[in-house]
Design a protein around this ligand. Sequence first.
Ligand SMILES: NC(=O)c1ccc[n+]([C@@H]2O[C@H](COP(=O)([O-])OP(=O)(O)OC[C@H]3O[C@@H](n4cnc5c(N)ncnc54)[C@H](O)[C@@H]3O)[C@@H](O)[C@H]2O)c1
Length: 419
Amino acid sequence: MRILVLGGDGYLGWPTSMHFACHGHEVLVVDNYLRRTIAQQTRSEALIANPNLHARAELFEALTHCHIEVRIGDCADFRFLEEVVSEFVPDAIIHYAEQPSAPYSMIGFPEAKLTLNNNLNATFNVVWAVLTHAPDCHIVKLGTMGEYGTPNIDIEEGWIEIEHNGRADKFLYPRQAGSLYHTTKVLDTDLLWFYVRTHGLRVTDLMQGPVYGISTEEADLDERLMPNFHYDDIFGTVVNRFLVQAAAGIPLTVYGRGGQIRGYLNLKDTLQCLSIAVENPPRHGEMRILNQFTEQFSVNQLAERVQRVGNGMGLRVQVRAIANPRKEKEEHYYNPVHSGLLQLGLQPHYMTDQVVAGMLSEVIRYRDQIDAGKILPRVSWNQSDGAASATARHAPLAHAQNAAETQQLDLPASVSALQ
Ligand SMILES: NC(=O)c1ccc[n+]([C@@H]2O[C@H](COP(=O)([O-])OP(=O)(O)OC[C@H]3O[C@@H](n4cnc5c(N)ncnc54)[C@H](O)[C@@H]3O)[C@@H](O)[C@H]2O)c1
């Protein structure tokens, strides 16, 4: 198949591109390095510096004889995207090209505006490029489990049947996102559903939980092929952040009471889910929604697991609760359905102690590159923690290490020296 990966430089996009290229597909990746730019601006650089896309694709080809075509450009620019789609005429588009950080979207007006404009324009342009130049193309869109929030009833896969005053109908599941970023994902879903029902597009919307891990079959070939691995408060997902904290001897920072439950998955399973979605396209006029995670944990359970495994490896891992910078329920009911991908053949890689130990060993190799000033929350939108402004409160991003002082974390000398 001809597969166009939008956002192919990203944490998920690069391993996805290598995976499809190694499984006999023709792969074109597009990225405008938005993530690298924002990471630099907010002092949130990845743990391991990644070569640019052209260099990575060249190295990948030299090692595997599999080819990845690269185009640098902005999906929010319709002229650019329609040119790419009309030339390549993809069978499937995997759309990752969005600003994916909840804290970033909550810093203030410019960051909120960038997130809203970038994410919605990219999705809108994908829709129109497909309608105009590749109407048979299957759009595989990355949504997030965060679109659902944490309602007090079971979460279905996208759709819910409701009986009201003796009549029944089916609706998109009520969504209650907890950040502007997550809200753009809800709006993306609504846009796609509009064009599916009015113009007959074929769309899979994958409601993905937070992903963890760095290892994939192809990324393991050479460290320069590893995905970007962020551990900071703005781009790092919770498991990756805890792994780095454990490796650096920094207490694992649990936000609030730590009873927040989410569905998680291994990076290897993201690749499997994407393959399954691409190989099983929906029919025209169908919007298929699948909940993409393999097991659920509370933040406390994750911290306990990383602590237990880390201590077993000779690290001295501490866990410390800090004020929750996010506005979210810290204890709640959570029971999302996630049977669709399993029925289509997903074979999960669960988060066993062995898997955690493997990830920790990998992170420990880069311990000297950890910057402790990037870990504590610099952005807060939780009014109950004392912030009362219309926009989020944020510590000066360039002086994040001050947060470590105010939160009175005892950082080991090796880490403090890096600040
Ligand atoms: N990583 C997770 O745990 C997770 C969980 C749920 C959903 N998702 C979703 O999956 C997708 C990929 O996530 P990720 O973690 O790989 O993020 P990422 O930031 O590493 O990757 C996104 C990539 O898209 C690029 N991009 C953004 N806007 C663009 C534009 N207008 N034109 C071209 N390129 C653009 C960025 O430069 C970046 O390389 C995102 O849509 C995200 O919302 C991620």
